[in-house]
Design a protein around this ligand. Structure first.
Ligand SMILES: Nc1cc(-c2ccc3ccn(Cc4ccc(CN5CCCC5)cc4)c3c2)n[nH]1
Length: 243
């Protein structure tokens, strides 16, 4: 997978080259290229923003600079790219989104700042039959798109074959069965007077599976009743309902 990121703060994306993702890059599973938007400015002040038409607070990022940057970066590779535009006003980015994007050959992230990017940049890309996804990583407002890109790249790249040392982990992700995962424990058996639940040391795998499922149902009901309500009809068996 090739990943391009366009931003006025390239340094913000440095963490992508650390640890697990860094190893995925060195292993050639991911090619990452970060581009400074100001490369495509033409004025001495390298202006990337201007006042919003219609008034309102803050500034909006100019279409000309973004248009040239997108054209140039797209042209760097003939593979078709999914253009991703982080925004508070986007469709929710979920595990399903990450799963879907993990099959893409190329992702191109555009990091806005100020109050966002002139909408015509997205409109122009779409009318050229490019895939453009405007996505939100949550119902809170960040200062720019960079942090959202760090989140989304991590969620997508961890799903690529060969990236996680333990692929079972991704299969048993939270949300993969529609529930939150339950509590996890490791040694020591007792820590500060707190013992690991006996069932987990019983070796009875059926009982352990049942206990884990019950803890997941309990936690989901407590913290995310919306997920429980969204479960398909056949997702809960009689033992689940008994819980
Ligand atoms: N999930 C998520 C994604 C982001 C995000 C992504 C990209 C950018 C680019 C600039 N900003 C700052 C920013 C500040 C204010 C407004 C204006 N809106 C009016 C009402 C609420 C806000 C928009 C945009 C981003 C924010 N934030 N949260």
């Amino acid at each position: 997978m090739r990943i391009d990121v366009i931003t006025i703060f390239p340094g913000y994306l440095a963490p992508l080259r650390e640890a697990l993702l860094g190893r995925a890059i060195s292993a050639g599973l991911v090619d990452l290229a970060v581009h400074d938007l100001r490369t495509w400015t033409r004025d001495v002040h390298q202006a990337v923003d201007d006042a919003p038409y219609g008034g309102g607070p803050g500034m909006v990022m100019r279409p000309q600079v973004w248009g040239e940057a997108l054209d140039a970066v797209l042209a760097l590779d003939e593979r078709p790219a999914r253009i991703v535009v982080p925004t508070p006003a986007g469709r929710p980015f979920t595990q399903a989104t990450a799963q879907a994007w993990s099959g893409d050959e190329r992702l191109l992230f555009t990091c806005g700042r100020y109050e966002g990017i002139d909408q015509r940049v997205v409109d122009d890309a779409r009318r050229r039959d490019l895939t453009v996804d405007e996505v939100s990583i949550g119902d809170y407002v960040l200062v720019g798109g960079e942090v959202a890109v760090l989140v989304m790249v991590e969620a997508v790249v961890r799903l690529l074959p060969g990236v996680l040392g333990n692929p079972a982990s991704a299969e048993q992700d939270s949300f993969s069965d529609g529930l939150l995962e339950g509590p996890a424990f490791t040694r020591p058996e007792v820590w500060r007077g707190l013992a690991v639940p006996d069932v987990l040391r019983s070796g009875n795998h059926a009982k352990i599976a049942r206990w884990r499922r019950d803890r997941a149902l309990e936690r989901t009901a407590e913290r995310r009743p919306d997920l429980l309500a969204a479960l398909p009809e056949d997702a809960l068996d009689d033992a689940d309902r008994a819980f």
